[in-house]
Design a protein around this ligand. Structure first.
Ligand code: AHR
Length: 502
């Protein structure tokens, strides 16, 4: 059996883990909202029409903040359509997903749902087809107590207290040619700076996210961040990163997707710090990794895409990827990457939450269930708290076409002093080999240990409507503790959480 030796380096912590790292994303897209979280005719719907079974699963997932309402959708969205009496709200065409938006669920309803699931609202403004004034109007509507026309309108619409939204995204993926209102870095940077300045003049406490690249493979990546931050550095708090991964028939490279995420984060940090140096600024820009996941985008482009002047369905089945064990292991390795960079990635949004590239699936009138990716997220959100600790890793490498030689194991640890708990997260990227791993805790003096592993004899196994509980986390009985050293066997293609009390 292969062997690996890991050491948790408690003396040099990475940094505190912001709870917003376990955020998610709800876009008006496909069956995310309608027939996802909202299905008034369902037996389990509450008085507001929200599915209580979905609410329970979102709570179990442990989602801390939710980006809303898009995504590509936001770049054509008129927020005013989504407030006021439901019967007067217009139906609109959503050009991003070629669908009809009924506006049955809007800002007030979604905010009410967030209270039920216990998550923070993170809003995106439309800088695609709209601009500074509409962003200001929405901010005034949301955050002002009662002293203005728009805040009074909010009160008339049933919400006396402000929504008090702290995090705001200045548009979405404005570097992407597919985006309504797509602009050059220079043009977007100027618009984002004007919008940020205006929003701060209204509410100085807002935290602003400027759009970074839609992916590290965009032709403008790197230069986009430099130019946009050149315009906005002193006005914003975060720059966004978005990344989706899929198995394009090269499983070895797919299993190493975390390497790409590591490089992506480190490059954006370097670029932001370059702008900081040039500007001689004291301020540090953090990353809001506000879209990340596995997404079989090629499937969408070839099969799901809706077209036709007379074809604008409501809540169509779009982006309903079914995730395998392998997908969940890669997904878990992306969580490890985020935690390894917790000093600079202080907000992240799993894209998305229900039905649309989602950890939770629903059937209209039927059940809701957990996809394979649900499990690493729920485990890490529950236990990866406090501070992130680096782990030194001595293990074999394997060859990949995309990333060269990659370590078979990646890992990170967390220390939650309030719970006297250390958690260690590990991925085994080998397709065929078990690995016997030792983890040294040195100064942390553990007393008990347990471990949960996601793996399967069939790496393509999934959870479906017919077999909703086929895949899950299982106790890893090989895990033992001897003094300050843990020993565990990691199955091939697996993700593991080790929990230690100290
Ligand atoms: O999450 C699906 C889409 O991916 C979002 O709408 C967009 O921002 C990204 O391209």
């Amino acid at each position: 059996m292969l062997e690996a030796h890991l050491t948790v380096i408690a003396e040099a912590p990475i940094g505190p883990i912001n709870r917003r790292l376990f955020g998610s994303f709800v876009e008006h897209l496909g069956r995310m909202v309608y027939d996802g979280i909202f299905e008034p005719t369902h037996d389990l719907a509450d008085a507001e029409g929200f599915r209580t079974d979905v609410i329970e699963l979102v709570k179990e997932l442990g989602v801390t903040a939710i980006r809303y309402p898009g995504g590509n959708f936001v770049s054509g969205f008129r927020w005013e359509d989504s407030v006021g009496p439901r019967e007067s709200r217009p139906q609109r065409l959503d050009l991003a997903w070629h669908s009809t938006e009924t506006n049955e669920v809007g800002l007030h309803e979604f905010s009410g749902w967030l209270e039920k699931v216990g998550s923070e609202l993170m809003l995106a403004v439309n800088l695609g087809t709209r601009g500074v004034q509409e962003a200001l109007d929405l901010l005034e509507y949301c955050n002002l107590p009662t002293s203005s026309a728009l805040s009074r309108q909010r009160v008339e619409n049933g919400r006396s207290e402000p929504f008090a939204v702290s995090m705001w995204c200045l548009g979405n993926e404005m570097d992407g040619p597919w985006q309504l209102g797509h602009r050059s870095a220079d043009d977007y940077g100027k618009l984002a700076a004007q919008t940020a300045h205006a929003m701060r003049s209204l509410d100085a406490s807002v935290e602003l996210v400027v759009c970074g690249s839609s992916s590290a493979s965009m032709p403008t990546f790197g230069e986009w961040e430099r130019v946009v931050l050149g315009h906005t550095y002193e006005l914003v708090d975060y720059i966004s990163c978005h990344a989706y991964y899929e198995d394009k028939g090269d499983r070895a490279s797919f299993l190493a997707s975390g390497v790409d995420m590591d490089r992506f984060i480190e490059t954006v940090v370097a670029t932001a710090d370059h702008v900081k140096a040039v500007r001689k600024s004291d301020k540090t820009i953090d990353i809001s990794f506000d879209e990340w996941n596995i997404w079989y985008n090629e499937r969408f482009e070839k099969i799901d895409k809706i077209e036709g002047l007379d074809n604008w369905p409501t809540a169509p089945r779009l982006l309903e990827d079914v995730y395998t064990v392998t997908d969940a292991v890669v997904f878990g390795s992306l969580l490890i990457s985020l935690l390894k960079h917790a000093d600079r990635v202080t907000s992240a949004s799993l894209a998305q939450l229900v039905n649309v590239i989602a950890p939770i699936m629903t059937e209209p009138g039927g059940p809701a269930w957990r996809q394979t990716t649900f499990f690493p997220f729920a485990a890490a959100s529950a236990h990866a708290r406090g501070i992130a600790l680096p782990v030194s890793i001595a293990c074999d490498t394997y060859p990949t076409t995309t990333f060269g030689d990659v370590r078979l194991i990646d890992a990170v640890a967390t220390l939650d002093e309030s719970e006297a708990r250390v958690s260690v997260y590990l991925v085994n990227r080998s397709e065929n080999d078990e690995i016997s791993v030792t983890v040294e805790l040195s100064s942390l003096t553990p007393t008990t240990v347990s471990a949960l592993t996601l793996a399967d004899a069939d790496p393509d196994a999934t959870n479906t409507l017919q077999h909703p509980d086929r895949v899950g986390l299982t106790d890893n009985a090989t895990c033992t503790l001897d003094g300050d050293t843990v020993t565990i066997v990691l199955p091939p293609i697996s993700w593991t959480e080790i929990l230690l009390s100290i």
